[in-house]
Design a protein around this ligand. Sequence first.
Ligand SMILES: NC(=O)c1ccc[n+]([C@@H]2O[C@H](COP(=O)([O-])OP(=O)(O)OC[C@H]3O[C@@H](n4cnc5c(N)ncnc54)[C@H](OP(=O)(O)O)[C@@H]3O)[C@@H](O)[C@H]2O)c1
Length: 233
Amino acid sequence: MDIALVTGASSGIGLCVVEKLIGMNYKVYGFARDFAKTAFTHVKFFPMICDVTDTNMLVNQTQALLKETGRLDVLVNNAGVGFFGPHETIHPEKIERMVKTNLLSPMVLIQVTLRHLKKSEGFIINMASTAALEPGRFGGAYGATKAGLHQFGQSLFAEVRKSGVRVVTLYPDMTMTPFYDETDFAPHNDHTCHITPECVADAVAQAINQREGTVITQIVLKPQRIGVERKRN
Ligand SMILES: NC(=O)c1ccc[n+]([C@@H]2O[C@H](COP(=O)([O-])OP(=O)(O)OC[C@H]3O[C@@H](n4cnc5c(N)ncnc54)[C@H](OP(=O)(O)O)[C@@H]3O)[C@@H](O)[C@H]2O)c1
């Protein structure tokens, strides 16, 4: 059975991607720090506790998984955090956390798994953001991590395309998930003003279902209308 690994599998987009991949008959391993927040269980879903900012833990958990499965077909680098506001107000620990979670951990995870992904001619799916492509006021550091992931994905595809590995970068705009639980803004509730995590999971499936020989390297998802809600303190 084909094997997938999804980081940030306990919530939001990652959890929807897990469900989508299970529906596509993958056995899915998920990394996150806390699976208590999701009630989702399935015989083909294997949650593993892993803080992706802890490089030793990330490498060890990934090697344990590869030892158990002997293969990897799809890697979804989805774990991510965002802290927003005037740059001088964002604590250095939060800047470090964004860089480690959103950019460093995908690069490490790909390094550890690439041999297996070359063998399976598999997929690397990186969850960037429209913030990688457009300047965002009050989100410079977050946007920089996603722009780095974008750049890394394009260069990596140039490096590994001859090996049959597909590298796909997704750029969702504001998506209705718990990502906005701690922010002072959120996507507008109107259904035309946000993306749903299910739509992002559908885009992942579309990239994987593409015929062999054609690679969808980039997918941008935007809501029909722009709408942001400011939360009251
Ligand atoms: N929502 C949006 O508007 C939007 C738009 C564009 C891109 N994105 C990107 O989409 C991805 C998923 O975000 P989401 O919207 O689904 O947000 P979410 O619901 O908050 O999910 C974030 C996931 O990342 C995991 N995570 C965070 N820090 C982690 C760590 N140190 N180690 C392991 N897992 C960690 C969380 O799990 P634990 O807390 O259990 O560890 C959770 O499963 C992120 O990369 C985000 O930047 C989101």
